[in-house]
Design a protein around this ligand. Sequence first.
Ligand code: AMP
Length: 367
Amino acid sequence: MADLPLKPGSTIGIFGGGQLGRMLAMAAAELGFATHIYCDHDGSPASQVATRTSVAAYDDMAALERFAGSIDVASFEFENIPTEALEFISAHTRLAPGANTLDTTRDRLVEKEFVAGLGIPVAPFVNIGEELDLDLDEIGDKIRFPALMKSRRFGYDGKGQVRVVSPGEIHAAWESLDRAASILEEIIPFEREFSTVAVRDDGGEMLFYDLTENDHEGGILRRAQVPAAAPPEIHEKARDIAGIIAARLDYVGTFAVEYFYCGPDFEHPLIVNEIAPRVHNTGHWTMDAALTSQFENHIRAIAGWPLASTIRIADAVMTNLIGDDLLNWPRLAKSPENVLHIYGKDEIRAGRKMAHVTRLSPRTGWN
Ligand code: AMP
């Protein structure tokens, strides 16, 4: 395995060819690294800017072996990489963050039990197993309705989720998820949604970006802004929770923790919704409004470099351009406060993240 810190000219391998891989590859190039993308389709956003791409299935062992032999460190931009692929890569080269983080975070049940086990509040939930053999009274004791049924795996951007208004609807909801192993989770009457994006290096040092306030529509992130409108103790609490989670995972790289904020009068004002073991959409503002982006700091962390400053230098509102929104680019490009990032996707589709625009203004508020 290559010695750390990796020297400029070394090769960073990234599983996944989407926009996160693209932005990681661009950040890596800024530091003089080459990138090798591994993904399962041609013409991906990341491959357009990477040094090299391997197109193969994620369980193609021969392709994985060639990939491992060509890189100095491997990382990933999405969670659903087969365990065997990660084990193989870990045996042949450095993988950061480690496979343990995906084992914990790609299954909602395992993730929630992990977070709850650290004494950190999560939405009350019950496990819906492989067979629907449930005592409805028992469920009623554990969670209140309405609730959300979420498949334990492969859910993102609100996919794999269905609203359940009363216990009588549980069966139909489970059928609509193709009987996938799922959890049933109380719907939290949150006031706002926040996230903490942070980065942890090889030696355990951690830096945090300012708390971000997020708006979702139909389960998809629409807008993320800084500074977040939250009391000072909530900014600190969110950092503390993110720090505890990352330390317990012995995490290396950039990650995000998403929160529901219920207001000061609730027993648990801040509840963890999800951990994302990767660079995150709610941290895209850091590209234009922080001294160092979440992408550069991820590359620094996995390459064994020192982390660089996460200080915020402007207020920012990041808006995702989803599907046809991209057609507005000529208007958005006219405003000097807007920074546009277009992902190079081959086809506009409804619900597909095509680009984002970050609107900057002079810095105010919390640090
Ligand atoms: P998720 O894929 O779990 O991050 O869910 C996507 C979005 O759906 C969240 O950011 C919330 O806006 C909403 N959501 C998910 N779970 C809950 C919940 N338990 N209570 C209220 N809203 C939720």
